[in-house]
Ligand binder design. Structure first.
Ligand code: FAD
Length: 318
């Protein structure tokens, strides 16, 4: 079922959903099931599975020259989605990127998803490859998520890359896109970021799912700005409980989001990571309860491969 239908059917009761990442190459599907199992009692209508593009590794040869190797450390997004749908009868949502995909690759990926009975997809640009500073699209690929949304929307209308194809199957993907309450790191301003977010909606996106944030006020202001800009689709907040001291620096560096001073000071004073994890859980419960009270349709949690803390939060909130 489509995410938008799940929201309509919920009759105002907030839904619980979460995101997982594929295991490192060499692991098996059991790690995924072990991650999901403790969260199933909270009846997630959908589970997101991230996509991880290739990385470049440089190996030193005996000659002293460097050999460039292309590696994909976390393959399996679509396979995992299919396995989840089969085992739990829950919608699984693959993320799909512009990065590393030509338009042809994208079309074939979407055809596979359609054949597997996947109804939803989150369309993203992706970041630069780890060893590079700027995002570079493939030669025959998309530069922005808005272009990827157009391609998916075209397929929903039976328009394939090969214009000569006749009597084509129309897919029916519900399309999610990313939004950034504290603006995307490359955007010159929040207003310009929202301007381009609106482009993704105009091109066919059905809902927005946000980057993590730790101050609900930032989310509420972002929603107000989106509504003022004429964006009417559901906006799903992404939430992440802090679990280690290191994340105080990692999160702002990696995701360009701020942490409130109260939270920072609590974490700084914590005696170990067990205490930090408890602080993160309590902060996230407070955030979740306030969002639920404000009538937000879905609360979406970044599990990052751990379910213990998300389980404790869900027990208090849902
Ligand atoms: P876009 O919407 O294309 O925007 C990128 C930047 O370009 C923004 O600054 C925007 O303002 C600007 N922009 C957009 N259009 C134009 C234009 N026409 N002209 C000029 N500027 C423009 N990454 C992964 O690799 N795998 C994942 O599974 C994944 N999942 C994610 C899930 C969520 C909910 C979120 C919030 C992020 C996720 N990411 C993931 C990270 C994401 O790929 C990066 O944040 C990426 O840098 C931007 O992706 P986007 O889809 O938001 O890009």
């Amino acid at each position: 079922m489509k995410v938008t239908q799940h929201i309509e059917n919920a009759n105002g009761k907030p839904l619980f959903s979460f995101e997982i990442l594929p295991p490192l190459k060499g692991q098996n599907i059991k790690c995924i099931f072990d991650n999901i199992e403790p969260l199933m009692e909270f009846k997630p209508p959908f589970i997101d599975v991230t996509y991880h593009r290739e990385e470049y590794e440089f190996k030193e040869l005996p000659s002293g020259l460097l050999e460039k190797k292309i590696v994909k450390k976390r393959p399996g997004t679509v396979g995992i989605c299919s396995a989840i749908q089969n085992k739990y009868q829950v919608d699984a949502i693959p993320h799909i990127l512009c990065g590393g995909f030509t338009k042809e690759d994208t079309e074939n990926f979407l055809i596979d998803m359609d054949f597997l009975g996947i109804d939803n997809v989150v369309a993203l640009r992706g970041d630069a490859v780890k060893s590079e500073i700027y995002f570079k699209p493939e030669k025959e690929g998309h530069s922005y998520a808005s272009e990827l949304v157009t391609q998916i929307n075209n397929l929903n209308n039976g328009v394939y890359l090969d214009a000569d194809l006749q009597n084509t199957n129309k897919t029916s993907f519900c399309i999610g896109v990313a939004g950034y309450p504290e603006k995307h790191m490359e955007a010159p301003s929040l207003d310009s970021d929202i301007y381009f977010l609106k482009q993704k909606i105009k091109n066919g996106a059905d809902y927005i799912i946000t980057q993590m944030f730790f101050d609900n006020q930032k989310f509420f202001e972002f929603v107000d700005k989106c509504r003022a800009a004429g964006i009417t689709v559901p906006i799903i907040p992404g939430l992440k409980p802090i679990s280690t001291k290191k994340q105080l620096n990692l999160i702002p560096h990696r995701f360009k989001v701020d942490l409130p001073d109260d939270l920072i000071m609590e974490v700084v004073k914590a005696k170990d990571n067990e205490a930090v994890s408890q602080i993160g859980i309590e902060w996230c419960i407070a955030q979740s309860k306030e969002l639920a009270k404000a009538g937000i349709p879905v609360l979406h949690y970044y599990s990052m491969g751990k379910s213990d803390n998300i389980r404790q939060i869900a027990t208090e909130v849902f």
